[in-house]
Write a new protein. Structure first.
Length: 290
């Protein structure tokens, strides 16, 4: 139980860190060019990772075995594009709406894993996945004025995050989690530099530097607590607390952007979160039965 509680605290902290990072990036990219913001934040994340490695006196390994280059390239490409699409959608959508859509991510990864790795899915979990996707449709409401280009961008970002997560499972056990995180931060930083060639960059002011430094700190915390949460305690106990990110998104959206979810977002979120929790509990029952 002590291990489960630590894992829960790590997961709640992880979701808070990622959602607060989103809020800071949404704020700073209103004035500072998007790709400049991505590049600066990414550079700071790399510096923080190197500093943490030095403090732990554990050298950061940046090389990977030859047979892991393919997964690294696939994961890196998916990570770059999904990050940029997500930030584009974040600038235009309400924080809670985007977060609600992303709550379907665990269900989408479960379905993708079943297709790619031939993992068995019973009719109950398939039904839960269907309900979760129906919840996303309720949030987006295709055919209404609420469904626009940015809704499609958000869905594309979620699809590529699924590719990224599936690619992560292709790595051999020799590759450390910190190595994967370092390459992800490096590639996203480089993409910001390259994509920013067409932007008119300017010197950030003190406030913007502070926001980007805060975002980089939170992103670094999120990277490491995400790994810690899955390595401490039972996954089936810790995983449901992933959905606390929606609570953070609603609270931060209201506090800093004056955004309050409409009725359909609440209904869709309930369907998505309920389906996700059922899927996790069902998987836990199957493991106990096995």
């Amino acid at each position: 139980m002590a291990a489960n509680l630590r894992g829960t605290l790590f997961m709640v902290l992880c979701m808070a860190a990622f959602t607060c990072n989103d809020s800071l990036m949404k704020t700073v990219t209103r004035e500072l060019p998007l790709y400049e913001s991505v590049a600066i934040r990414g550079g700071l994340v790399l510096i923080f990772m190197l500093l943490l490695s030095a403090l732990k006196r554990k050298p950061l390994v940046v090389t990977v075995p030859r047979h892991d280059i393919g997964p690294l390239v696939l994961r890196g490409a998916a990570d770059i594009i999904s990050t940029l699409l997500y930030l584009l959608a974040l600038r235009q959508m309400a924080l809670a709406d985007l977060s609600a859509i992303m709550q379907a991510l665990p269900l989408a990864v479960t379905l993708a894993a079943a297709l790619v790795f031939r993992e068995r899915l019973g009719w109950r979990r398939m039904g839960a996945i269907g309900v979760g996707f129906a919840g996303v449709l309720v949030i987006l409401r295709p055919g209404s004025s609420a469904f626009d280009l940015w809704s499609i961008v958000a869905l594309a970002a979620m699809g590529l995050i699924v590719v990224r997560d599936i690619a992560t499972r292709l790595f051999s056990v020799q590759v450390d989690s910190s190595t994967i995180a370092f390459h992800a931060a490096l590639l996203v930083t480089l993409s910001g530099l390259v994509m920013g060639i067409g932007e008119e960059w300017r010197m950030p002011n003190v406030g913007e530097i502070g926001l980007l430094a805060g975002a980089a700190t939170l992103l670094t915390v999120g990277y490491f607590t995400a790994v810690a949460a899955m390595r401490v305690g039972e996954v089936s106990f810790v995983a449901p607390f992933r959905y606390t990110s929606l609570l953070w998104a609603i609270g931060l959206g209201l506090a800093f952007f004056g955004e309050w979810p409409d009725l359909w977002t609440w209904v869709g979120s309930a369907l998505v979160v309920g389906a996700g929790l059922y899927s996790i509990l069902r998987e836990r029952q199957l493991r106990k039965a096995g």
